[in-house]
Design a protein around this ligand. Structure first.
Ligand code: CTP
Ligand code: ZN
Length: 156
């Protein structure tokens, strides 16, 4: 697509997270721990036209390649996102993100009394009952919850 090329130039090496639902770019930055004071070049494109989404955001990060866990978290807040890996100006890999059928260790159960929130080291496991709208069920206590759990990822 042409529109963002008019706004920010292409990057040489790094990651372009494209097709982020409009308004979610800051959430993606929070997941990646980018606060704006690090020594990395980041370009944010917000609220541009997209054929698929109407409006979208784009995040471009130079010299950074994402970990699996980071991509899985991005899938939760931006399920339409595309991860483009750029090497020497070329898109060498393009991947859609995917919400898994079970979320292990990325999100806590919202029930404070749940065994997975007790002191013992129990890795939280959430079954994904619906992706759109998001509906999660804790494997341990059966608590059912949705988008509100994503606050954990974006409010730190
Ligand atoms: N991009 C970039 N720097 C590069 C190459 C690509 O910033 N050196 C950006 C493009 O501007 C675009 C995204 O990475 O936002 C994906 O690039 P490309 O696959 O060329 O664009 P499209 O074909 O429009 O992608 P899609 O089909 O996923 O919409
Ligand atoms: Zn629970």
């Amino acid at each position: 697509m042409l529109e963002d090329r008019l706004i920010v130039r292409k990057i040489k090496d790094g990651t372009v997270i494209d097709h982020i639902p409009a308004g979610r770019a800051f959430d993606v930055l929070k997941i990646l721990g980018i606060k704006g004071k690090e020594d990395v070049t980041v370009a944010l494109v917000m609220n541009v036209e997209s054929k698929k989404l109407g409006k979208k955001d784009i995040v471009k990060i130079e010299k950074r390649f994402l970990k699996r866990e980071e991509v899985d978290k991005i899938a939760l807040v931006a399920p339409t996102a595309t991860i483009n890996i750029i090497k020497d100006y070329q898109v060498v890999e393009k991947r859609d993100v995917q919400i898994p059928d079970e979320i292990v260790g990325l999100l806590k159960c919202i029930n404070p009394l749940c065994i997975s929130n007790a002191r013992e080291p129990v890795t939280p496991r959430l079954k994904v009952e619906s992706k759109q709208p998001l509906k999660l069920r804790c494997v341990y206590c059966d608590e059912v919850f949705g988008e509100e759990a994503l606050e954990q990822l974006v409010s730190k």
